[in-house]
Design a protein. Structure first.
Length: 185
C-alpha cells in the first residue's frame, strides 16, 4: 500500500511541477485505449484490458505518458498495472507551441518503467523496463485529439527476466490544455 501511495505522490508532484512550468510546448491530455499483454506466462491472464491515463508535452518533441492498464476480461478490473514512458516524436515536432498545429502524422519512440504485481511477492512495485514504438500517430495536441495506431511495447520483467509484449491497437488522446484555443491571440 505504501508503494502505491509513493507512486501516486511522485506522479502528482511531477504533474504539479509540469503544470506550473511556463512553456509554450506544454500540453495535457487524457489517454484512453485498449491493450493486450502477451508472453508473460503465469502472471497476466487478461484477454482484454483498458488503458487510461495522462499524456503531457514536455517540449516540442518529448512527452510523458502516465497510464494504467486494467483487465476487463475475464474479470472486470481484476488486475491493474501502471506504466510511465518518456516518448520522442520521430518525424517532427508534436506541438509547435503556437497556432501552427504541429505534425499531422508522426511516429513515437519511447522508454520507461512498468509497475505491477508480476513478481514473486505479488506486491505492487517496479517490475518492468519498457521500450515502446508507435509507427502511426495521427493528429496533434494543438488539434485537441490524437490517435496512436499499433503501439508495440517490449517489457522485460526485472524479477523473472521474461520478455513480454504490450500491443495497443488504438489509443486516443484528448487534449484540454495546449490546444489551438490556448494559442489564439
Amino acid at each position: 500500500m505504501r508503494k502505491k501511495i509513493m507512486v501516486l505522490l511522485t506522479t502528482l508532484l511531477f504533474f504539479g511541477s509540469a503544470l506550473s512550468a511556463k512553456t509554450d510546448y506544454f500540453d495535457l491530455g487524457v489517454t484512453v485505449g485498449s491493450r493486450s499483454h502477451f508472453f508473460e506466462r503465469g502472471y497476466d491472464t487478461s484477454k482484454l484490458s483498458l488503458q487510461y491515463g495522462l499524456t503531457m508535452g514536455l517540449s516540442d518533441v518529448y512527452e510523458l505518458d502516465i497510464t494504467a492498464t486494467s483487465q476487463l476480461v475475464p474479470s472486470f478490473f481484476g488486475d491493474t498495472s501502471a506504466q510511465v514512458l518518456i516518448q520522442r516524436s520521430l518525424l517532427g515536432f508534436r506541438n509547435s507551441g503556437t497556432e501552427i498545429a504541429g505534425m499531422g502524422f508522426n511516429m513515437l519512440l519511447g522508454a520507461g518503467v512498468g509497475f505491477s504485481t508480476y513478481n514473486p511477492y505479488a506486491k505492487f512495485s517496479l517490475t518492468h523496463l519498457l521500450v515502446s514504438f508507435t509507427p502511426a500517430v495521427a493528429g496533434s495536441p494543438s488539434l485537441c485529439k490524437r490517435e496512436r495506431l499499433l503501439t508495440f511495447t517490449l517489457g522485460i520483467n526485472i524479477y523473472t527476466q521474461q520478455v513480454s509484449l504490450y500491443l495497443d491497437i488504438l489509443t486516443d488522446d484528448f487534449y484540454f490544455l495546449g490546444t489551438y484555443k490556448d494559442h489564439q491571440r
